[in-house]
Ligand binder design. Structure first.
Ligand code: ZN
Length: 138
């Protein structure tokens, strides 16, 4: 929710841009994890002395690739889902809205549990700055 609050404070375009930057940073992290994973496979298969180190690299690389991929997919999915609905149904203005209400209510600790759960229950009621039409993003 902390991330979605930025729509209200910074505007949708800026939030969307930041969301794409963050999600591609996770893609870079996935790629680095993949390099570590492959290095681990190679090291584990090389010799008896480096087998333990290779296994550690393999497990660490695997954890990084799996976590990074899930974050990348999640952030991209939410950005695309909200981005598709950011067009005013009345006048076709893109991302020219202000947030009237949002839910679920943002948590005080600033965590993103709603994002973690694939955006379940996230909604924004927005008002077009051009024509005054209100609609929901969910
Ligand atoms: Zn409009």
């Amino acid at each position: 929710m902390a991330s979605l609050d930025r729509i209200r404070t910074d505007g949708f375009r800026r939030w969307y841009e930041r969301q794409l930057i963050e999600c591609h940073a996770w893609l870079v992290s996935w790629f680095l994890g993949l390099i570590v994973l492959v290095s681990g496979i190679e090291l584990a298969g090389a010799g008896s002395g480096s087998r333990f180190g290779g296994m550690l690299l393999l497990v660490g690389g695997l954890a990084v690739t799996l976590f990074s991929w899930s974050r990348y997919r999640l952030l991209l999915e939410i950005a695309e889902r909200l981005g598709e609905q950011a067009v005013c149904p009345n006048c076709d203005a893109y991302a020219k809205f202000s947030t009237v209400a949002a839910g679920p209510i943002p948590l005080p600790d600033g965590g993103d549990p709603a994002l973690e759960n694939h955006g379940g229950g996230i909604w924004l009621q927005v008002k077009c700055r051009k024509c005054g039409n209100e609609w929901m993003l969910r």
